[in-house]
Design a binder for this molecule. Structure first.
Ligand SMILES: *Cc1c(COP(=O)(O)O)cnc(C)c1O
Length: 366
């Protein structure tokens, strides 16, 4: 099948954006934007120059409303407030800055390092939720844990930055509801990737540039009525923002909805399994996830003495392959040594994955 005549989801997705310079398997860090998204951002900037930034913003309102509607649909929160942010960390900072209750929060041991720093900065005492040997929430132990020592708040990262293990957010929400504990969900990696609809969370937030493949420097915060104070909503509604990026994000959301969330999720599960199959036998490296873990993130632990930061750099320099280096600061309470992350989007081919496996072997000393 030629690139000019795409028929599958993968081919359509690839044909819709600039050709990659090599192999891009780094979507968990930053996906590749589509032509439509890139053009929408540029066109908005041009419109600002023509009619004035504030007039252009008014003209863009329906596009932004469509973006917010897509976010409500994807989270299954039809009545929620949707605010564009500069990213996921910004959203958490808004949520915790607005919090007036007791400052105790429970989260997974694999919690994202920068999130832990934000919690600490806001004076939160951090407690750890029970997990199994994969770092996955122990759904049999969660009820007793919450009953024994209820935190004021649960912060739950549905899919981490340091592993492809998908966390059972619906079970977590059920337990929170049972104990009347508010639940905030970090869907930086989960949104537009795994099912985060109808979780029952009080707030959900994500980033544009990851699995939605929108522009960098944008994110979204979704909150049920009453979660944010009027003062905070007023404040964040009036800060200066890059409207063009919100337009681009909204276009990327529209493209995601056009394919359909279920089809995207299914294809990303397939991509994760194919990646783990391709990389399972690279000498010395160990895949962390189960083969069928339902995400497109694969984590590789290096052989002894091999530095994944050097490997990442060599993969780019010598093979034009983009992966992620995972330092332990990503999940300081769980990661004991650095790793390499491979996170293709829906368009990855078997040839791409074979090239990654071969290059990884080639740059691994010994
Ligand atoms: C990337 C990431 C964040 C931070 O997102 P930003 O948009 O960079 O602020 C938070 N949580 C997780 C799990 C992430 O992967």
């Amino acid at each position: 099948m030629s690139r000019s005549d795409p028929t599958t989801l993968a081919e359509t997705w690839r044909a819709a954006r600039p050709a990659p310079a090599g192999v891009h398997v780094d979507s968990a860090a930053c996906s590749r934007q589509s032509f439509a998204t890139i053009d929408a951002c540029a066109q908005h900037a041009r419109h600002e120059a023509e009619v004035g930034g504030y007039v252009a913003a008014e003209a863009a309102a329906p596009v932004l409303d469509a973006g917010r509607a897509a976010v409500r649909a994807l989270t299954g929160m039809p009545d929620a407030g949707v605010t564009f942010t500069t990213g996921s960390n910004h959203a958490l900072d808004i949520l915790l800055g607005d919090w007036t209750g007791e400052r105790t929060v429970a989260c997974l041991p694999g919690e994202f390092g920068p999130n832990l720093a934000i919690m600490a900065r806001h004076g939160f005492d951090i407690r750890v939720l029970p997990v199994d040997e994969y770092g996955r929430l122990d759904v049999n132990a969660i009820g007793a844990a919450l009953a024994h020592r209820p935190p004021a708040l649960v912060h739950f990262t549905v899919l981490g930055s340091h592993s492809g293990v998908v966390q059972p957010v619906h079970d977590m929400a059920l337990a929170c509801r049972g104990h009347d504990i508010p639940l905030f969900v970090d869907a930086a990696q989960g949104f537009a990737h795994v099912d985060v609809a109808n979780t029952g969370a009080d707030a959900v937030y994500s980033s544009s540039r990851k699995w939605t493949a929108g522009p960098r420097g944008v994110g979204v915060l979704v909150t049920r009525a009453g979660v944010l104070s009027d003062a905070t909503r007023e404040r964040i509604g009036h800060v200066e923002t890059n409207v063009g990026l919100h337009v681009g994000f909204s276009v990327a959301l529209g493209e995601h909805m056009a394919v359909g969330p279920a089809a995207m999720q299914a294809r990303l599960r397939e991509v994760g399994a194919a990646t783990r199959t391709a990389l399972a036998d690279v000498p010395g490296w160990r895949v962390r996830e189960h083969h069928d873990e339902p995400s497109a993130i694969t984590t590789l632990y290096p052989p002894p003495g091999v530095d994944p930061q050097v490997v990442r750099a060599r993969l780019i320099d010598e093979h034009a392959i983009v992966t992620t280096y995972l330092g332990v600061e990503r999940a300081p309470r769980e990661l004991t040594r650095p790793a390499l992350r491979v996170s293709p989007h829906v368009d990855v081919t078997d040839a791409d994955l074979a090239a990654v496996a071969e290059a990884l072997s080639a740059v691994t000393p010994g």
